[in-house]
Design a protein around this ligand. Structure first.
Ligand code: SAH
Ligand code: SF4
Ligand code: F3S
Length: 436
């Protein structure tokens, strides 16, 4: 996969790694880095659990459901561990950081529990320590791993993830992220641009700049411009933009530079100012609308995606109605919707989870229905248009505004740039004919 220049560790020759990732793009980026580190250590990959010598689950804590799922996946390894006790089972990432030793108490088959900040030491730990819990949040030995381990999206060799920051300082009332990922730390401009250049040198055409609030990076705008100027980089994406740190100048920069993708992920969470305040989100709906409508005016075909939480403590019918109104006003291209899930240790955990389950379910269904309609309405704008698409598979790819495009006609090679004349819009994808 890469030429890291590290000598391969002969002891590990023939050893196989199974790695499964839950959660957000930060976790995916960490997993890619982890894969490179293990590969440099002589490991190869397997998709079959029974063949693995090391099994890693990289986990997420953002909602109760995410943790439950990871726990049940790990629990299912029992027969494998019984049959092959030497297999090394590791739980890493955000849930490892949150639950620490609790994971081994609940699932004794687990050998290592490792939080995000110690994760890249895993191969060393396996050599030196028999087992254990390594989730000390004060451990900052690996700030950002060497550029040499530039993570490359192995499923899509033309596209790479580049974390530009880690952690989060916002402490939204419901959110576990600041507790498991720590305070914000920014990577230097030089380091980020260097890594993008390394990726470009390896044939990467698209980079995704990553962070929980990318636009709180003090040099965010310069990073956008400088990344877009690197020769070989044709597309630059960035997620996630925190609405409170979003401004019109960023929109102008995206509008003025072809390489910057016309896709904005700005999670609004709620259309009610009262609820936003309770959530500790540091912006108003009028600021959000102002930015979103500016994007619509300046870049009519740009996509705007968002996240919503329904059923936050104290959410009344009138608050929810405001969320529906906001959706109708902005017409989001894509929406990710979640039922409120109380997280231990966060501020809102102390508030009464007073929206009944049935109501949460009904609100979610109603919101999903409306968001689906909006996505379809936005996608219909592209019927009859020709879109430039980077192939991610033989007959599927993404446009610069992040729409999934399927086509008939000649298949493409991964990463190939093709032009597709769209003739049918669906709520979550576009269909068309390949014209070049
Ligand atoms: N940093 C991003 C969000 C990261 S978490 C931002 O601030 O916009 C991704 C999404 O998960 C959030 O936008 C939110 O919609 C959802 N989420 C986070 N905590 C949650 C909780 N306790 N219950 C339900 N959804 C939650
Ligand atoms: Fe969580 Fe808020 Fe930070 Fe996003 S901005 S990661 S929701 S605390
Ligand atoms: Fe989940 Fe951790 Fe990302 S909690 S959303 S994997 S930062």
């Amino acid at each position: 996969m890469s030429d890291t220049g590290k000598s391969r560790n002969k002891d590990n020759k023939g050893k196989r790694l199974y790695l499964h990732t839950f959660g957000c793009q930060m976790n995916k980026a960490d997993s890619l880095r982890l894969s490179e580190i293990f590969q440099a250590e002589g490991y190869s990959f397997t998709k079959k659990l029974e063949e693995a010598d090391v099994i890693i689950y990289n986990t997420c804590s953002v909602r109760h459901h995410a943790e439950n799922k990871a726990m049940s996946y790990v629990g299912r390894l029992k027969s494998i561990k019984d049959e092959k006790p030497e297999v090394v089972i590791c739980v890493v990432g955000c849930m490892a950081q949150r639950l620490k030793g609790e994971i081994i108490r609940r699932l004794p088959l687990v050998d290592y529990v490792i939080g995000p900040s110690s994760m890249f030491d895993l191969p060393d730990l396996i050599k030196k320590e028999k087992s254990g819990v390594f989730a000390d949040s004060s451990d900052k030995r690996k700030e950002f791993p060497d550029v040499e381990f530039s993570s490359i999206n192995i499923d899509s060799p033309f596209s790479g993830y580049v974390p530009i920051m880690k952690g989060c300082n916002n402490f939204c009332a419901y959110c576990i992220v600041p507790y498991v990922r720590g305070r914000e730390e920014y990577r230097t401009r030089k380091d980020i641009i260097n890594e993008c250049k390394v990726l470009a040198g390896r044939g990467i055409k698209e980079v995704m700049l990553l962070g929980q609030t990318v636009n709180s990076h003090p040099h965010f705008k310069d990073i956008l411009k400088e990344t877009a100027a690197i020769s070989g980089i044709e597309r630059v994406r960035f997620v996630t933009s925190y609405p409170g740190d979003m401004d019109k100048e960023t929109v102008d920069i995206v509008a003025g530079i072809t390489e910057l993708c016309d896709n904005f992920h700005i999670p609004v969470q709620s259309g009610s100012d009262r609820i936003l305040k309770e959530m500790g989100r540091k912006y108003s709906t009028s600021h959000f609308n102002d930015i979103a409508l500016y994007i619509r005016k300046k870049l009519p075909l740009a996509s705007i995606s968002t996240d919503f939480i329904v059923g936050f403590p104290g959410e009344k019918e009138e608050d929810f109605k405001k969320t529906l109104e906001l959706v109708k006003k902005i017409e989001f291209d894509q929406s990710f919707t979640f039922k409120y899930s109380p997280r231990e240790g966060t501020r809102s955990e102390k508030l009464e989870d007073d929206v009944p389950r049935e109501i949460k379910k009904e609100r979610l269904a109603e919101l999903n229905k409306l968001c689906g309609k909006m996505s379809l309405k936005r996608n219909m704008l592209f019927e009859g248009e020709a879109l430039e698409v980077f192939a991610e598979d033989k007959n599927t790819g993404r446009s610069s505004n992040y729409k999934i495009v399927h086509w008939y006609g000649p298949a493409a090679k991964m990463g190939e740039k093709v032009k597709i004349k769209i003739n049918k819009a669906l709520a979550h994808s576009l269909k068309g004919k390949r014209i070049t």
